[in-house]
Design a protein around this ligand. Structure first.
Ligand code: HEC
Ligand code: HEC
Ligand code: HEC
Ligand code: HEC
Ligand code: HEC
Ligand code: HEC
Length: 270
């Protein structure tokens, strides 16, 4: 298995501690692409290899096209999130946060719903005989050649390897919060929640900064479907459920920085 040498490598680092710093550095770069996080928990959760950075957050929509003459539709998050926040699509335009879960049809798009809210020949290319193939590519990698547009963005370790929090803060991008209301301003929410572990033995406290989410998302994207605050106390987030796509895992496995980046949520973890 591909992760096997990486495991040995981590063990080596533990045994030798910092004696051979250069070999430790070599391990970090070797293991990054294997999705190993470099914490004491590497043996607990094994994550499968991430897609190449240019394809992280890319999806193929195939709910209807699997039985049509048109190939599936490529949609890339990094192409779109430079210009629009998640809120625009996942709140205003009602796209589900799950591939193939929205009832998109070609007829609705032509009427101006879903993709058609922008792909109308005004905001972005419209639907005509010369554009079918731009969406119906049938390939997950169809925007690879344009990924170099983001080469100067601040870097992250995993996923698309872009630190979107910093890109936004530095003003490298100014994604629209609303397609319909130019005056829309999200409600500020500065308090950072500290999510305490169920078992107090290990320092796993996770942080949840509302503000860094509201910069992108609507309250209704999370409440109550993903996080029901009525159920506070009864609701337990565990890594197992996050890894299986619940709670934080709705976004942090597929589009936002992935779970492999442990310390962005667990600042004290070692
Ligand atoms: C802006 C992107 C986009 C463009 C451009 C586009 N489509 Fe689609 N099309 C979609 C999406 C998204 C779906 C839903 C895919 C699914 O569920 O499999 C779809 C579905 C379809 C379907 C499946 C059946 C149905 O009624 O929905 C057909 C057929 C189709 N498109 C044909 C075309 C043709 C022909 C063109 C060019 C004239 C075209 N599309 C251009 C995005 C696009
Ligand atoms: C331009 C529109 C658009 C924007 C902006 C957008 N999304 Fe999406 N997103 C989609 C579409 C379309 C789908 C697929 C829906 C379907 O197939 O029913 C999707 C799917 C998803 C999924 C499911 C992925 C999977 O692998 O199944 C998640 C999670 C998600 N989006 C999160 C986000 C987050 C977080 C943001 C902001 C950082 C965001 N999206 C921004 C359009 C968008
Ligand atoms: C909120 C507006 C908006 C929505 C909704 C939207 N798009 Fe786009 N899309 C854009 C814009 C703007 C661009 C041009 C980006 C650029 O110039 O880099 C674009 C570019 C694209 C491209 C070209 C990517 C490339 O590599 O050149 C594809 C393909 C695409 N969109 C597909 C879709 C599909 C499929 C949907 C619906 C599932 C969709 N878009 C929904 C605004 C939107
Ligand atoms: C997107 C944020 C996020 C990321 C990334 C993340 N976690 Fe967690 N983790 C949480 C939350 C939320 C909890 C539940 C609250 C708590 O225990 O602090 C949690 C709980 C835990 C726990 C407590 C026991 C358990 O089973 O839940 C451990 C251990 C843990 N995480 C380790 C990790 C490791 C190792 C990584 C990297 C591989 C990681 N986490 C990545 C959010 C995250
Ligand atoms: C990315 C998802 C997400 C978004 C977006 C979001 N929240 Fe939350 N919210 C959470 C999580 C996670 C918690 C902690 C839940 C728990 O402890 O059970 C929380 C807790 C809360 C609480 C309880 C606060 C406390 O101190 O325990 C309130 C009130 C709240 N959110 C309001 C909002 C409002 C208002 C918005 C929009 C401005 C919003 N949330 C947007 C995820 C989100
Ligand atoms: C609905 C989607 C969604 C959910 C659910 C979600 N996040 Fe996020 N989160 C994002 C997006 C988008 C960002 C911006 C950064 C990015 O896209 O990589 C972000 C950023 C963060 C950051 C900021 C990291 C930094 O470098 O400043 C932390 C910490 C974080 N999330 C933790 C969590 C935790 C913990 C949970 C679960 C309790 C959670 N998130 C649930 C979408 C989500």
């Amino acid at each position: 298995m591909a992760w096997y040498p990486a495991r040995l490598c981590m063990l080596g680092v533990k045994l030798m501690t910092v004696l051979v710093i250069s070999s430790a550095l070599a391990c970090v770069s070797d293991t990054a692409s294997e999705g190993i996080s470099g914490t004491q928990f590497d043996y607990v959760w094994k994550y499968s290899k991430l897609p190449p950075p240019a394809q992280y957050g890319n999806i193929l929509i195939s709910r209807l096209t699997h039985s049509s003459t048109q190939p599936p539709v490529a949609f890339s998050h990094w192409v779109h999130r430079r210009f629009y926040t998640c809120r625009v699509c996942h709140f205003e335009l009602n796209f589900a946060m799950k591939t193939n879960a929205s009832d998109i049809t070609e007829a609705m798009i032509r009427k101006g719903d879903y993709c058609g809210a922008c792909h109308n020949g005004k905001i972005a290319f419209g639907i005509n005989d010369s554009t079918c193939g731009k969406c119906h590519t049938g390939r997950i990698n169809s925007s690879d050649d344009r990924f170099s547009l983001l080469k100067d963005f601040p870097k992250a370790r995993y996923g698309d390897e872009i630190n979107w929090v910093k890109a936004l803060k530095k003003g490298l991008i100014t994604p629209k919060q609303s397609l319909f209301n130019p005056d829309y301003e999200p409600i500020p929410f500065e308090k950072i929640l500290r999510l305490e572990p169920e078992r107090g033995m290990i320092k796993t406290r996770a942080i949840f900064p509302h503000q860094k989410h509201i910069d992108w998302l609507d309250c209704a994207d999370c409440h109550p479907a993903i996080f029901d605050i009525q159920m506070k106390g009864a609701q337990r987030f565990r890594m197992d459920s996050i890894n299986s796509g619940m709670f934080c895992g709705v976004c942090h496995l597929t589009v936002a920085f992935p779970v492999q980046d442990c310390r962005r949520c667990h600042p004290d973890l070692n």
